[in-house]
Design a protein around this ligand. Structure first.
Ligand code: FES
Length: 170
C-alpha cells in the first residue's frame, strides 16, 4: 500500500532536511524526555542554563518523531536561545511555533505540541531537580503542552493500557 505524502510546506521540509540544534548535549544543565500519546513518538530536550541569570544559553534535541516534530523542535531551540526561563516558559506556545513554520497539516499539530511540551517539562524539571522553589511565574498546574507531552513512564502506561483488550482495562 502506498502512502500519500503529507502536504508539508517548504519551510517544514527545509528544517526537516537541515535541522538546527539536533543532537545530544554533553554539558546540559537539564535533560527532559517526553512522548506523545497520540503517536507514541519521543523527544529528548537539552538545555544549558546560565543559572545565575536564569537564561538559556543553548538548547538541542533528539527526536524519534516525524518531519513536523523535527521542524518545530528546530524552531523552538532557536527561539529560546538567550531567553530567560520565564520568557521561554511563558511565551513559547505550540500555536506560535506552528505559525512560524508556516502551518502544519492538522493531523500533525500534536507533533509541535510535543516539541513545546518537552521544553516546558525541561524548565519545570530544572527547578525540581535543583531543589529550587518554583518561581511564581511557573504555572502550578501542567500547561496544555506539558499534559500532552508525557514522561517516558506515563507514556508507556498510557500506551500499554490502550493496547490491552477491553476486559483487562477495567
Ligand atoms: S507523528 Fe509522532 S511526532 Fe509527529
Amino acid at each position: 500500500m502506498s502512502r500519500i505524502p503529507l502536504p508539508y510546506n517548504p519551510k517544514v521540509m527545509d528544517l526537516f532536511r537541515n535541522p538546527k540544534n539536533l543532537g545530544k548535549m554533553e554539558d546540559a544543565t537539564v535533560v527532559a524526555v517526553a512522548g506523545n500519546p497520540a503517536c507514541g513518538d519521543m523527544i529528548t530536550f537539552y538545555l544549558k542554563i546560565d543559572e545565575a541569570k536564569q537564561i538559556i544559553e543553548k538548547a538541542s534535541f533528539e527526536s524519534y518523531g516525524c518531519a513536523a516534530n523535527i521542524a518545530t523542535s528546530s524552531i523552538v531551540t532557536e527561539r529560546i536561545k538567550s531567553l530567560t526561563l520565564e520568557k521561554a516558559g511563558n511565551e513559547i506556545t505550540w500555536k506560535k511555533v506552528t505559525e512560524e513554520i508556516g502551518g502544519l497539516p492538522s493531523v500533525k499539530f500534536h507533533c509541535g505540541v510535543l516539541a513545546v511540551g518537552a521544553l516546558k517539562r525541561a524548565i519545570r524539571q530544572y527547578f525540581t531537580q535543583k531543589g529550587i522553589e518554583a518561581p511564581s511565574w511557573l504555572p502550578k498546574e501542567h500547561t496544555f503542552e506539558e499534559k500532552q507531552a508525557l514522561e517516558e513512564e506515563e507514556l508507556a502506561k498510557t500506551l500499554s493500557k490502550r493496547m490491552k483488550p477491553e476486559a483487562e482495562k477495567k
